[in-house]
Write a protein that binds this ligand. Sequence first.
Ligand SMILES: NC(=O)c1ccc[n+]([C@@H]2O[C@H](COP(=O)([O-])OP(=O)(O)OC[C@H]3O[C@@H](n4cnc5c(N)ncnc54)[C@H](O)[C@@H]3O)[C@@H](O)[C@H]2O)c1
Length: 230
Amino acid sequence: MAEGLAEAGANIAIFDMIQPDPAFKELATRYSVKTAFYKVDVTSPEDLKRGFAEFQQQFDGALDICIPCAGVNKNVKLLETTPEDFDRLVNANIKGAYFTMQHAAKMMVENKTRCGSIILVASIAASRAVRGQYSSAYCATKGAVRAMCAPSAVELAEYGIRVNTISPGYIKTEMTAPFPHLLESWKSEVMNYRIGMPDDIRGACIFLASDASSYMTGNDIAVDGGVLNW
Ligand SMILES: NC(=O)c1ccc[n+]([C@@H]2O[C@H](COP(=O)([O-])OP(=O)(O)OC[C@H]3O[C@@H](n4cnc5c(N)ncnc54)[C@H](O)[C@@H]3O)[C@@H](O)[C@H]2O)c1
């Protein structure tokens, strides 16, 4: 998503707890955009506040697009999920997304962008079980991300800020790559039997970030190879 947005001319700031992929460092020169990385734990109110403050200073508050994307998963049975397991998923996937969105919206209201776009990363797991995994807690958090989209869009419409979600299907990333047997088994759920790659999300991201989607808010794009409809 960062690469797609840089290619389209956007300056890019990333918040994460770990250093970005080395390819991220090349975006600035390849696409003549400004890039920055901020070490932020989105579950920490202090970290988020500091991250947005540093961004405001270094990018002059020029925020038009925000993609709360940080997420964690745990393959754990309903009957064995501990409160600690559940809190970890809720804190990163729900609270992290919600307060990242809140900080971003405040900055967009303040900078009067009028073309703000917040793209929450939900999942097909918001509306179905993940086959081959114990996913009750993870699905609960992704359902919450889907559910926060429309009411947030209603409140932010008056400021010219749109809020949508992307629901990826089965995508080969750091989160799923350690489970090749699952990736293989998920192919049977996809209409063209292909597991998605991160690049497959790029088009939907650029569409939702840009004015091409100016009449779309409070809604979802499932980039899932047809899983939800098959
Ligand atoms: N891979 C899939 O098949 C798939 C499908 C649907 C939705 N998703 C969602 O897409 C998003 C990205 O996941 P991914 O597949 O690229 O996995 P990933 O593990 O590669 O990326 C998740 C990133 O979030 C970061 N992160 C986790 N907790 C954080 C925190 N507290 N503060 C800051 N950063 C934190 C991680 O360090 C990591 O870089 C997640 O929200 C995930 O739930 C993934």
